[in-house]
Design a binder for this molecule. Structure first.
Ligand code: AMP
Length: 145
């Protein structure tokens, strides 16, 4: 089976380039479309004491973070010379949900993540790689870091 749509899950760690190079290489070999995603986790707005009687407020994405993430994803795409890649910055309750939701919505058939990033250095497999692997509707490649 030839992959048709590869999704590179990008954090902005030092290893993102290595993971991205692998995603690019695989997409090229299969003649597949390549998209890049960065998830911004929703921020819980806390008003502090005195507001206990207010209804629970929705969780909101941090606009500054979204803007900075779009710029950073664009920079990463340039470094990887991925002018044709689609760039998605999404806000979601968790990185896992953001990646899996987008994969489902866009018919992705291979998700490429790093085995470890910021959250998972002490683990055999980082927390995002592990979560994505467990819930993915398609193949997952964890690039060894
Ligand atoms: P970690 O869970 O931090 O060990 O990250 C492992 C891998 O998950 C990274 O190498 C990325 O491929 C991916 N990843 C981590 N955080 C994000 C994020 N916010 N958006 C997209 N992908 C991410």
């Amino acid at each position: 089976m030839a992959y048709q749509h590869v999704l590179f899950a990008a954090d902005f760690s030092d290893e993102a380039l290595k993971v991205g190079e692998r995603a690019k290489d695989i997409a090229r070999r299969y003649g597949a479309r390549l998209s890049m995603i960065h998830v911004v986790e929703d921020v819980n707005i806390s008003l502090g004491g005195g507001y206990e009687l207010l209804p629970v407020l929705p969780e909101l994405p941090d606009e500054t973070l979204l803007r900075e993430s779009r710029a950073a994803l664009g920079e990463l795409a340039s470094k990887l010379e991925l002018q044709d890649a689609e760039l998605w910055v999404v806000d979601a309750p968790s990185t896992k949900e953001g990646i899996l939701g987008a994969a489902q919505d866009h018919g992705v058939d291979l998700i490429v993540v790093g085995s470890h990033g910021r959250h998972g250095l002490a683990l055999l497999l980082g927390s995002t790689a592990n979560a994505v692997l467990h819930g993915a509707p398609c193949d997952v490649l964890a690039v060894r870091i």
